[in-house]
Design a protein around this ligand. Structure first.
Ligand code: DON
Length: 558
């Protein structure tokens, strides 16, 4: 049982932040005049709107959008990965997180990657048991209105007929060209006689179309049981992985209560563990709630947000993991008393070195993982972040299946204190164990205040959480959907102890201000995140959908 489902209330009213069990929305809101979808690719956004036009709801659209993303963003998410689907059912006010996160195979052991430099990021040993196919089937049958097969139609067609290679995917292919060459099925799809295909080349995936057709025909059982599961397990084992048919047969999605947080007049419904996103955002907001941010200048606000993130990411490293395996002190981490304690070490004029916080590096962004946001005209909402972890996941395809396996095992703390691909460190709470889900940063989030609604999320590994927090604060400041996705990104994650900046994120004066306070600045080589936002202003009825200008996606209102 999820730890947070035991949480009743805990008072943080003093500073305006609290956590309660998710319950029906208190105030009735009007119906949205339009449906809206923002996703990482125009074909996915369109497939979602098509399903709504055919009488489907936001949940059918979510299945269609994820399935098309699995085809057109094969470096980012797919049948071989997993993710979190945050749903709001308008008719009942019910909020739920469908946890389709990958699980460690039952033969996994705590030290399985010791002495294997790339073991947790490449090849079949890096792959957890996929959750995304099970999540599609679950969402379709429990919340959708259309058969799974209908919602998968666009994805099957695009996999079979192909789509045009675009620069962002071409870049991912270039980065992983060497590894793709080692997997004949993958090389056949993504390379042209071993070379990176030009932009505009048609990417056809007939094997993937076959796997999607199997799902459409037989549902999740077609994937997790029988001949297909046997082929997957045998393929993985032949190349050094640990999967068994039993691992696949025992995979289940878990319905979890999302975290519900209050900040000022806003209510956040956000990802609960095994995502760290909601807890880190709640921890940081509880710290920030002790300041009157509106009265502070932008530089001081930025400094305080960095200091709040530093402390919240430290707590992530120490306490967070799969709630079915570890006891997470959620009430403590989100309480105003704890936040007040954290604030005592924050100086307005000076950065706190991470090394002086009680002890427990980040690489540049890869365009893997993807988020989408959906609102339908009944008021149903979906925020979903799905992933195969790094570019093309494990860069490994079981022959004949047509999809990349994830390398999500790297999201575990593979050994205490050793940073993962995102520079995140972790402790026992996130150690590998059979059947366990690795701690995630994926943070699909709904924010509601009396005047309107925000649906937000992004890829970006460890930077997802600071990105989503920044988007929430910008929305509360009155920024539009387009402004939120375009806003420059500033990130801190406790370790490494530096403020990571996108190129051009801050001007000279803003940089100097942070340096004067003692922050070390680290200039990222490229930008990060691919934020997908839907907003709805209850007063004017205006619905907006915006896709991050850093990506190739589109937000459309219907
Ligand atoms: O679950 C997580 O936190 C990671 N597997 C997400 C990876 C990711 O966002 C990669 N993105 N750029």
């Amino acid at each position: 049982m999820a730890v947070h489902s035991q949480v009743r209330w805990f008072a943080a009213a003093l500073f305006g932040v609290c956590l309660v069990v998710v319950s029906a929305a208190a105030t009735p809101v009007p119906l949205p005049p339009k449906a809206a979808i923002a996703s990482g690719h125009p074909l996915a956004t369109q497939a979602g709107l098509d399903v709504i036009a055919q009488g489907g709801n936001a949940f059918d659209a979510a299945v269609a959008v994820s399935a098309v993303l699995a085809v057109v963003e094969p470096a980012s998410s797919g049948v071989g990965g997993g993710g979190f689907y945050l749903l709001h059912v308008a008719a009942t006010g019910h909020d739920v997180m469908v946890d389709g996160r990958e699980t460690a195979p039952m033969a996994a052991t705590r030290d399985m990657y010791a002495g294997r430099a790339e073991g947790s990021t490449a090849g079949p040993l890096a792959a957890g048991i996929p959750g995304e196919p099970a999540a599609w089937a679950w969402v379709a049958s429990h919340y959708g209105r259309l058969p799974l097969a209908t919602s998968l139609k666009s994805a099957i067609r695009i996999a079979r007929d192909g789509f045009e290679l675009y620069p962002r995917l071409q870049n991912a292919i270039r980065v992983k060209q060497k590894q793709l060459l080692q997997s004949p099925d993958a090389a056949g799809v993504f390379l042209l006689k071993g070379a990176v295909p030009p932009v505009g080349a048609r990417i056809r995936q007939p094997l993937l179309a076959g796997t999607l057709e199997l799902l459409a025909r037989e549902g999740a059982d077609g994937f997790y049981k029988g001949a297909f599961a046997a082929k997957l397990a045998a393929g993985v084992r032949k190349d050094g992985g640990l999967w068994t048919v039993d691992d696949l047969a025992r995979y289940r999605v878990i319905e979890r209560a999302p975290l519900r947080l209050h900040y000022g007049d806003a209510t956040l419904v956000t990802a609960s563990p095994p995502s760290s996103g909601g807890v880190v955002i709640g921890d940081a907001l509880a710290i920030l709630a002790g300041y009157d941010l509106a009265s502070l200048d932008a530089n001081t606000r930025r400094h305080l947000t960095i200091e709040a993130l530093r402390r919240a990411y430290r707590d992530r490293a120490e306490y967070l993991g799969d709630p079915d395996f570890v006891q997470i002190p959620l009430e403590l981490l989100l309480s105003s008393q704890y936040a007040a304690g954290q604030r005592t070490s924050i100086r307005l004029d000076r950065a706190t070195p991470s090394s002086v916080l009680r002890p427990v590096y980040t690489g540049d962004e890869s365009p893997s993982t993807t988020h989408f946001s959906v609102l339908d005209r009944e008021g149903n909402r979906v925020g979903a972040t799905v992933s195969i972890n790094l570019f093309f996941g494990a860069t490994y395809m079981v022959p004949g299946t047509g999809f990349m396996l994830n390398d999500t095992m790297d999201d575990f703390a593979v050994s205490a204190g050793t940073p993962n691909a995102f520079g995140l460190v972790g402790a026992d709470a996130n150690a590998i164990a059979p059947g366990k889900r690795a701690l995630s940063s994926m943070t699909p989030t709904f924010v509601e205040r009396p005047s309107g609604l925000l649906i937000i999320g992004s890829p970006g590994g460890s930077t997802i959480i600071s990105n989503v927090l920044g988007g929430i604060l910008n929305w509360l400041d009155g920024k539009s959907a387009a402004e939120i996705v375009a806003a420059p990104r500033v990130h801190h994650q406790y370790l490494p102890d530096s403020v990571m900046l996108e190129p051009g994120a801050l001007n000279a004066e803003e940089r100097a201000d942070l340096e004067r306070r003692g922050h070390k600045l680290h200039d990222g080589r490229s930008s990060w995140g691919n934020t997908q936002v839907v907003t709805w202003d209850y007063g004017s009825g205006k619905v907006e959908a915006a896709s991050d200008p850093r990506g190739a996606g589109v937000g459309l209102v219907y």
